[in-house]
Structures are given as structure tokens and as C-alpha cells.
Design a protein around this ligand. Structure first.
Ligand code: CMC
Length: 423
């Protein structure tokens, strides 16, 4: 059998170095043995693995996603979001006793400091809830200055519990703020997701309980969003965390990364696109515009998946259960036709462009009554445990240091300052 290694030859000197292949990667440090001034040039990290990770496995070609070894399909079917949070953070599913303690901790940290609630009221009535969430999460760091002690695992876990517990509260407050409605405070008799839905929808009804089918559907969506290895926002979390910033600041930065339309913001874009297409008959013409490069087909394509995103499959099944309760979302027909046209067109087939997680999730959110600008906030609630699991893993990894890539300088050579009157 051929040796499992690469040989890099410096053709200038004839020197060479042999680099073993380990877990499908070769160490870039070997290159530096040949020339300490040489760097790999890899814009957007297209061919770079930046860390070891034991959290999430993706096989993009086969459409496989596993958290800590468990297939996403099984977790979506049988687990709960809080159990998945535990799994991501601790590496194992909890026993009943561990689960009881974990759920109790999260349930008892859902309130935010009253000054946070008041701070949130300072945003304009039309503030995008993602902007509000980003700023409020960052603001939490000022309420928990002890969070800076990132070397103490117990202290870290307290901040992790606070973040997971408070995200839905801040998200619902951001929504209520825009409507000028009073905040609905958390209650302890409902589960994590049910409590969030109550904070979102309830006004003045102490007996309000959210629909159990919709609650379960949203819980599944949170599970599907809980982690996705080294995506843009998680890489942001690791980058900011690598400077030893506190976890509130790092989660705020990760939330900013998620906000963009190429990442978590795509679910909002999908619904805007479906509204723009407007009717079943307009789908073909829209696809032609996409093919001519005028626009992207939102919710299609993925850096890693070159097959159907397994999360999109589960979301499609979940949609049926939701629409049974809420009534059909009229945009579904357009979405299904769009998928059918795209999947049979060589433009999309040749580029392996399949629906991703964002293609159908917005339809469910819209049917449940969420306004479009809350969609990415829902993604952020789901992704928080993933960000925190990676943050912990990075802090505990002896190979990790402050993130500091190199660049290829292409600017001007040295030149002399010219006084403003002579320019
Ligand atoms: N519609 C039309 N063409 C596309 C699309 C799309 N959605 N996505 C990629 N392509 C084309 C792209 O133009 C390029 O064509 P060519 O080779 O002729 O230049 C080719 O496919 C490869 O695309 P790429 O931009 O090099 O791929 P990437 O890995 O850099 O980008 C992506 C991945 C997700 C940013 C991109 O597919 C995209 O912009 N999709 C639409 C936005 C979206 O749905 N984002 C959500 C991603 S999943 C959830 C998440 O991460 O939050």
C-alpha cells in the first residue's frame, strides 16, 4: 500500500519534506520547515481545517450530519433541544438524574436582570430583532464580569447555562418591544421551547399554553440548528474566544456572523424571494434569472453539502405536521415547484446545488406567525449551544492559540508622505 503521506518539494532548493496524512489532513507546519517565510494562501478557508473537533460530523457528499456520533434524524425524532444542548456540551447524552439537574438549571436562569429589560426598551420601535439581540447579548457581559475567568470550568458552565437559558427571553423581548407590548416573563411550568412560545405570543392570559404540536416542531428546528461544525458564526465564536474574551462578547460576535444573508439570514431571504416570485407560474422565469447570474436562489447551495441537506429533509417532514395545525402556507407550492425545477436543471445539478436548512424553515416559521425578521433570531437560539460547545473545546485544546492568520500583501511599496497641498 502506498505511504499515507504527501511530499512537498521546494523546487528552488530541491529540499523536500514528507508530511503524514492524519484524519484526512496534512499539517501546514511542514511547509514552514522548508521556508519560514512561506504561507498557504487560502481565501475563505476553502481548503483549511483549523482545529480538531469531536462535536459534529458532516459528510457533505453523502448528506450525513451527526452530533457526537448520533445521526441528526434520530435526535430530531427522539431527543429534545435541551438534551441535545447537554450532548453537544458534555459529549454524552445525560442520564435521567443528569437531565433533571440540567433542565432545572436552565429553567432557573431564564430571567434577565431588570436593567437588561429596560435597556432593551431603548431600541427604536422598528429595530431589527437581530440587532437588538446582538447588542443585548454583548450587554450581558457587563452584568456578569466574573465571566472573564474563562479558565475555571465551573465558572464557564454557569455562563453557558445563563446564555442558553436567556436567549429565548431576550429574543421574545426583542419581538414584544417592536409591538410596544409588555414583556411576558418566563414561567417554570413549561419546557424550554413552550416557554419561549408563551413569551412570544401571550398577552394577558395567565392560562396560556402553546400548541404542543407547534412546540414540538420548533423544538425539532432548534435541534437541527444546534451545531454545524466550523461554519461562519462558529468560526467567529472560536476566533473571538481565542483572544480569551468572555463568552457573552464571543456569542454576540457569533450572532453577528449569523446575521448575514449568506448564513443565518438566508431563511428570511427565502421567504422574501418566494413572495417576490408570487405565483407558481412565475417559477420558471425566476429560475432563468438565477441561471443568468442576476440573483441567487436563496436557500440553495452549501459550502459543505454537495447533496441534499439532511436537515432540509427533516424540516420538510416537520412542515406537514405544522401545516395541519396552522393551515397550509400558500408559498409552499411555489417552494416545491422551485425545488423540482432546480433539481432537474443542469445549472443546479452540475454545481451540486440542493435545498439547504434555510429553504423550508422560513415557511414553517411564517405559518407559525413569526415575522420574517425573527427567523434568524430563532436560528441564533438554536445555534447557541453549538457555539458554546466549540468555545469550550477550543479553550481546552492545548494546540489552540489566539487566531491570527497571515496575509499576502499586495499594496504599494514604501513611499514618502506628500503634504496635502502637493497631492
Ligand atoms: N443560487 C445560484 N447559484 C448558486 C447558488 C445559489 N443559491 N449557490 C451557489 N451558486 C453557484 C455559484 O454562483 C457558483 O457558480 P459558478 O461556479 O458558475 O461561479 C457555484 O454555484 C459555486 O458557488 P460558491 O458561491 O462558490 O459556493 P460557496 O461554497 O462559496 O457558497 C453558499 C455557499 C451557501 C454561500 C452559496 O451556495 C449561497 O450563497 N447560497 C444562497 C444563500 C443561502 O442559502 N445560504 C444558507 C446556507 S445554509 C445555512 C447557513 O449556513 O446558515
Amino acid at each position: 500500500m502506498a505511504e499515507e503521506s504527501f511530499t512537498i518539494i521546494d523546487n528552488r532548493s530541491g529540499n523536500e519534506v514528507t508530511v503524514p496524512i492524519v484524519d484526512g489532513t496534512i499539517s501546514s507546519a511542514a511547509l514552514r520547515q522548508l521556508d519560514k517565510g512561506m504561507w498557504f494562501y487560502d481565501p475563505a478557508y476553502l481548503s483549511t481545517a483549523n482545529c480538531d473537533s469531536k462535536i459534529t460530523f458532516i459528510d457533505g457528499a453523502e448528506g450525513i450530519l451527526r452530533y457526537r456520533g448520533y445521526p441528526i434524524e434520530q435526535l430530531a425524532d427522539s431527543s429534545s433541544f435541551l438534551e441535545v444542548c447537554y450532548l453537544l456540551l458534555h459529549g454524552e447524552l445525560p442520564t435521567q438524574a443528569q437531565s433533571d439537574v440540567w433542565v432545572d438549571h436552565i429553567t432557573n436562569h431564564t430571567y434577565v436582570h431588570e436593567n437588561i429589560a429596560r435597556f432593551m426598551q431603548g431600541f427604536r420601535y422598528d429595530a431589527h430583532p437581530m440587532g437588538t439581540l446582538v447588542s443585548t447579548v454583548a450587554g450581558l457581559s457587563t452584568f456578569y464580569p466574573e465571566a472573564k475567568d474563562i479558565d475555571d470550568p465551573h465558572n464557564r458552565m454557569i455562563q453557558i447555562i445563563r446564555l442558553i437559558a436567556k436567549m429565548p427571553t431576550m429574543a421574545a423581548f426583542a419581538y414584544k418591544n417592536r409591538l410596544g407590548l409588555p414583556y411576558e416573563y418566563p414561567v417554570n411550568n413549561l419546557g424550554y421551547t413552550g416557554n419561549f412560545l408563551r413569551m412570544m405570543w401571550n398577552v394577558a392570559d395567565p392560562s396560556f399554553e402553546p400548541d404542543p404540536i407547534l412546540t414540538k416542531a420548533l423544538d425539532v428546528l432548534f435541534i437541527l440548528h444546534a451545531d454545524h461544525e466550523q461554519n461562519c458564526s462558529t468560526t467567529t465564536m472560536r476566533t473571538v474566544g481565542s483572544s480569551q474574551a468572555d463568552p457573552y462578547s464571543a456569542v454576540a460576535a457569533a450572532t453577528c456572523g449569523l446575521y448575514g444573508p449568506l448564513h443565518g439570514g438566508a431563511n428570511e431571504k427565502v421567504i422574501r424571494m418566494l413572495h417576490e416570485i408570487g405565483s407558481y407560474e412565475n417559477v420558471d422565469a425566476y429560475v432563468e434569472k438565477v441561471k443568468s447570474g442576476e440573483m441567487l436562489l436563496q436557500g440553495f447551495g452549501h459550502r459543505v453539502y454537495k447533496n441534499y441537506d439532511p436537515r432540509a429533509k427533516i424540516i420538510k417532514q416537520t412542515a406537514d405536521r405544522v401545516f395541519n395545525v396552522t393551515g397550509m402556507n400558500p408559498l409552499l407550492d411555489i417552494a416545491m415547484k422551485l425545488e423540482e425545477v432546480a433539481l432537474s436543471d443542469s445549472y443546479f445539478v452540475d454545481r451540486s446545488l440542493y435545498p439547504n436548512v434555510d429553504f423550508y424553515s422560513g415557511l414553517i416559521y411564517e405559518a407559525m406567525g413569526f415575522p420574517m425578521d425573527m427567523f434568524t433570531v430563532l436560528f441564533a437560539i438554536g445555534r447557541t449551544p453549538g457555539w458554546l460547545a466549540h468555545w469550550q473545546e477550543m479553550l481546552d485544546d492545548p494546540e489552540q492559540k489566539i487566531y491570527r492568520p497571515r496575509q499576502k500583501y499586495t499594496g504599494p511599496d514604501e513611499r514618502s508622505y506628500v503634504a496635502i497641498g502637493n497631492r
